[in-house]
Design a binder for this molecule. Structure first.
Ligand SMILES: [Zn+2]
Length: 420
């Protein structure tokens, strides 16, 4: 029989990674029970969930085995041996879903990616379909485990994750930075968001104590293998390609889908600038737009770097579409479309027609005159301000990109201003 295994919440900020634990489980299934079918999947869930550390990602993989009970036992052993169970915030969960049943979990998965779910809702689904499962401690991982099985990916990308030798876990990673930039230069956009040229950062290497050496993102298996061959690093122990919902915007809720905005959800929203951008201490930039839901505050935080320079050019009346997560009643921008620029006019003193100098006021209500030529004029001059901003799409740089955010290079739209 073919069964989907979903696993989540086995890691902590102090170590482990659910993708690694899944790879270990897959190895044991292949050795002892049956076979693994296709690539595993790494599904990112709602990125704003407050109690989640880092990426909020869950893993699923499809196996063919004779006995589900044996499968449950093997996965349980791997969790007990490797999950960070002594960390208070680590609450592992695993589910074992008949392949035919997986499609029924789609609505649950959609909700886990876009909305906020409670553990009871996961237990309800498990009870309804009699899903074999494992629950450690609070078992919050059941939510992600079910979602990783049920998620339907209309769009997807791949990630090749290379793992370190266990004796190196927690030590500084050894790699040749230059080789990652060379790889990007060679393969982009077949591989993407692995380095940030402008900010000079290799984005695909974590600096947590987890087993991951790097995770290279790309569009095809072929490109990922080429990338793997071209980067120079410490020796790689294991590697695996995951099918992911990275870079798909799957977390975004369109403004037409809802009647109100809520914190801890991510939106695509259209509006007109009502309060012009201003900086606060720390380099964070804020502005406000008028939307169908009323006034909404938007923010480009300091880590979004050069993206803030775009935001600072917004003026009252500009029409924009913003993409980002709502926290503390503020949209944290991931992307923006400048739909329409407002015309901005300024009044200036007229120019003297004979000498070309700027004329001066001749006194209150007296019009203007040129001091030198004595020419007179009644009216101020209205001049249109040349806008420095161009309409189109702008995005945060790769170093500030969320896992789920779709970079412009993957979007088929007019007027892309790509930050690579
Ligand atoms: Zn003059």
């Amino acid at each position: 029989m073919r069964v989907w295994v979903g696993i989540d919440d086995t890691d902590s900020s102090r170590g482990m990674c659910t993708t690694y634990l899944a790879v270990l489980a897959m190895e044991r299934v292949e050795r002892e029970l049956g076979k693994v079918i296709g690539f595993p999947r790494l599904i990112r869930l709602n990125p704003t969930i407050p109690y989640k550390t880092r990426g909020n990602g869950a893993v699923s993989f499809l196996v063919e085995v004779d006995d589900v009970g044996e499968l449950v036992d093997v996965v349980n052993e791997v969790i007990i041996e490797h999950a960070m169970l002594d960390d208070e915030k680590t609450n592992p969960g695993a589910v074992f879903v008949d392949e035919e049943l997986a499609v029924k979990l789609k609505p649950f998965a959609d909700k886990a990616i876009k909305d906020v779910l409670q553990i009871d809702e996961a237990l309800f689904v498990i009870g309804k379909y009699f899903i074999p499962h494992l629950r450690h401690k609070k078992g919050r991982g059941l939510i992600g485990a079910l979602a990783a099985v049920g998620a339907e990916l209309e769009d997807f990308t791949l990630e090749l994750i290379a793992y370190r030798y266990p004796e190196r876990f927690g030590t500084e990673r050894e790699y040749d930075e230059e080789s990652f930039f060379d790889m990007d230069y060679e393969l982009y956009p077949q591989t993407f968001d692995n380095v940030d040229w402008c900010n000079d950062v290799v984005v695909c290497i974590p600096n947590t104590p987890c087993p991951v050496l790097y995770g290279i993102r790309g569009e095809s298996v072929e490109a990922l293998y080429k990338a793997m061959e071209s980067v120079k690093t410490e020796p790689v122990d294991r590697r695996m390609i995951f099918v992911t919902n990275h870079a798909t915007d799957m977390h975004l809720i369109g403004e037409e889908e809802v009647h109100r905005l809520e914190n801890y959800r991510s939106y695509r929203l259209r509006g007109r600038v009502t309060l012009e951008p201003y900086d606060i201490e720390g380099g964070h930039v804020f502005f406000e737009i008028d939307t169908k839901f009323g006034s909404v505050k938007c923010a480009a935080f300091e880590p979004t770097k050069q993206f803030r320079n775009v935001i600072r050019l917004l003026r009252k009346g500009d029409v924009v579409e913003v993409y980002g997560s709502m926290k503390k009643d503020t949209i944290n921008l991931e992307k923006i479309q400048i739909v329409e620029l407002a015309e901005i006019w300024v009044e200036k003193n007229p120019i003297c027609p004979s000498c070309g100098r700027r004329m001066e006021s001749a006194g209150r209500g007296q019009g203007f005159r040129c001091k030198k030529c004595r020419t007179k004029a009644d009216e101020k001059l209205r001049e249109k301000v040349e806008r420095e901003l161009q309409p189109g799409f702008y995005e945060v740089p790769p170093s500030a990109r969320r896992h789920l955010s779709k970079p412009l290079i993957r979007m088929n739209v007019e007027g892309r201003h790509i930050f690579r």
